[in-house]
Design a protein around this ligand. Structure first.
Ligand SMILES: [Zn+2]
Length: 178
């Protein structure tokens, strides 16, 4: 593979793998050995002498990354992004469920997307909390499951333009006013 084949995403994946290996060595106490790549005379690959250290490092990376999924989703909600937008970035939907609902179930309720799962709605008890970047209030976000925005998000101030815009969009979408 020449460097011109190296997309930014592929290059970033390589940096992440390298970081996992560094953590395995620096934190979990293994060493590395250069091993030849079959078919090449000058290129070598690096192998961890203790693969279990690699496993520990990869697990740590995963836990940190999963926490960041939640943190960035909350930050995005605070900045006015919808659960649908978040779900689209995450590559959802999976199955027939609405994108935003699957995203909330995954990141807030800790239920990984599963196309075969049904009927989980009544067990949902988690909420996300973030500070609205428009009105400054601490908002309780119960997910995009109800029709009216006021049933999904509580504690925006009475004069929050973001919230009123969502209520106005709801009224236009549904033809209702209350
Ligand atoms: Zn607000």
């Amino acid at each position: 593979m020449s460097t011109s084949d190296m997309t930014p995403t592929r290059a970033a994946s390589g940096r992440i793998r390298e970081l996992v290996r560094r953590i395995a060595v620096d934190v979990f106490g293994t060493s590395e050995t250069d091993v030849p790549i079959p078919g090449f005379t000058i290129f070598t690959d690096r192998r961890l002498d203790d693969p279990l250290a690699g496993l520990r490092a990869a697990l740590l990376m995963r836990l940190v990354a999963e926490a960041q999924l939640y943190d960035y989703a909350r930050t995005a909600r605070a900045a006015g992004r919808s659960w649908d937008q978040i779900g689209t970035v995450l590559g959802l939907p999976i199955g027939d469920a609405p994108v935003g609902e699957v995203a909330f179930d995954w990141l807030v309720c800790g239920r990984a997307p599963d196309p075969d799962r049904e009927g989980m709605r009544s067990f949902r008890t988690s909420s996300a909390y973030w500070r609205c970047s428009t009105c400054g209030a601490q908002v309780t976000d119960d997910g995009p499951f109800e029709s009216h925005p006021g049933d999904n998000e509580t504690s925006h101030t009475d004069i929050c333009t973001r919230h009123w815009a969502e209520v106005a969009a709801w009224a236009q979408r549904t033809g209702r006013t209350d």
